[in-house]
Design a binder for this molecule. Structure first.
Ligand SMILES: NC(=O)c1ccc[n+]([C@@H]2O[C@H](COP(=O)([O-])OP(=O)(O)OC[C@H]3O[C@@H](n4cnc5c(N)ncnc54)[C@H](O)[C@@H]3O)[C@@H](O)[C@H]2O)c1
Length: 365
């Protein structure tokens, strides 16, 4: 099968987890590939994903080989000692725009900003020279302007887009139409972790709802110690993340909860947790004869393994769509893999739609 030629914008912890995970399986061929829904999908294995270009703003990453940049502070993923792939890929400069938040400035020192048009030309040249087919965005929360720059770059360069973060592109009708018109696929927005806070909360909320109880209030609190959580300390950057996470839960209820009865959000940064994310969820409701009940869930998970196990599929869905010339937002795969897709479904239904998409007509033999 052909390789999937990808570029990444945001060489942070999520990207480090994705590529170190692939390398981990390369180094351990005796091991069964676990932690992924499809070792092979549409003819593409996890080893068919190649990162041939990369963009960031951090002076510790820009200008360095990608296999080394992945290990630069403040990245914390170290699942394999070193990466042998990607040593010929040099991290190029991305426009900073609104990418680096006030708390993150303490750990990320951006390279000197250059005129946007100059950078746009360089970016386009790199994408063309490297024959990139798909861009994966791991930009920080709150980077709405930078996300729009990169979404437009995908349209101009005629490549697919996997939007892992919560600035709305696939789920924003105006942008969705642009991708459709350009004949390009897009998956988004905001990764729904493999066994993450969102899917667990959605599942429990739906269970309570479908079993006929009435949910009266619910909350989900998340804490972690990586750069993403540091970035999310800044409330102003959080607007779309909160919408993405809250709507993902609301969409599973037969009746929406009033806003004051649902709280879902990243809540604090605890440095020593590193990439460990803790989620605390509570549902309070009433059952037969108006009798009250409540439920609490505590989830402890590596945030980056949680995201990579999903992105490994998102990239391949995007490539299958390119192969089949399917344009616009991929409805089933986005609903299954993302928190804020263009259309919400139950997770059962979304999974069925995504599976049908992967194995449907036009499948690569
Ligand atoms: N489970 C998960 O980890 C998960 C789930 C859902 C969504 N996400 C989202 O994925 C995104 C990436 O998460 P992460 O943990 O890798 O974050 P991170 O902070 O570790 O990495 C972000 C990277 O982007 C770079 N950057 C900042 N501004 C930039 C710009 N203008 N252009 C190019 N690069 C820029 C930073 O230097 C850094 O290398 C976040 O938005 C996060 O909310 C993560």
């Amino acid at each position: 099968m052909g390789k999937i030629r990808c570029a990444v914008v945001g060489v942070g912890n999520c990207f480090a987890g994705l590529v170190q995970g692939i390398e981990y399986y390369r180094l351990h061929p005796e091991q069964q590939v676990i932690g992924v829904m499809h070792p092979v999908m549409g003819g593409y294995s996890i080893y068919d994903i190649d990162f041939v270009a990369a963009f960031d703003v951090d002076s510790k990453k820009v200008g360095n080989p990608l296999n080394e940049a992945v290990y630069s502070e403040p990245n914390k993923v170290k699942w394999v000692e070193k990466l042998v792939q990607m040593k010929d890929v040099t991290v190029k400069q991305s426009p900073q725009l609104d990418g680096v938040g006030m708390y993150v400035k303490k750990v990320v020192t951006p390279v000197t900003e250059r005129p946007l048009e100059e950078l746009r030309k360089e970016v386009m040249k790199e994408i063309k020279d490297k024959k990139v087919e798909i861009l994966v965005s791991y930009l920080p929360v709150g980077s709405d302007k930078a996300t729009k720059f990169w979404a437009q770059t995908c349209l101009d360069a005629k490549i697919g887009f996997v939007n892992c973060m919560p600035s709305f592109i696939a789920s924003e009708p105006e942008w969705a139409k642009k991708f459709e018109k350009a004949g390009l696929p897009i998956i988004g927005d905001d990764i729904k972790g493999q066994v993450g806070a969102t899917i667990v909360h959605r599942t429990m909320a739906r269970l309570c709802d479908e079993r006929g109880t009435k949910i009266e209030k619910t909350y989900q609190i998340n804490v972690g110690g990586n750069t993403d959580f540091l970035s999310m300390k800044e409330q102003e950057r959080l607007a779309s993340k909160k919408i993405s996470k809250t709507e993902s839960v609301q969409s599973q209820l037969s009746q929406r909860l009033p806003d004051e009865r649902i709280y879902v959000g990243p809540s604090d940064f605890i440095p020593f947790l590193g990439n460990t994310k803790l989620m605390f969820m509570r549902i309070e409701g009433r059952m037969w004869a108006n009798i009250p009940y409540n439920m609490e869930v505590r989830l402890e998970v590596d945030d980056k393994a949680n995201s990579a196990g999903i992105v490994i599929d998102a990239i391949r869905y995007c490539r299958i769509a390119l192969d089949r010339k399917i344009a616009g937002p991929l409805i089933g795969p986005s609903a299954w893999l993302m928190k804020h897709p263009p259309e919400q479904f139950s997770d059962d239904q979304a999974k069925k739609m995504a599976e049908e998409f992967a194995s449907g007509p036009g499948k690569k033999e």
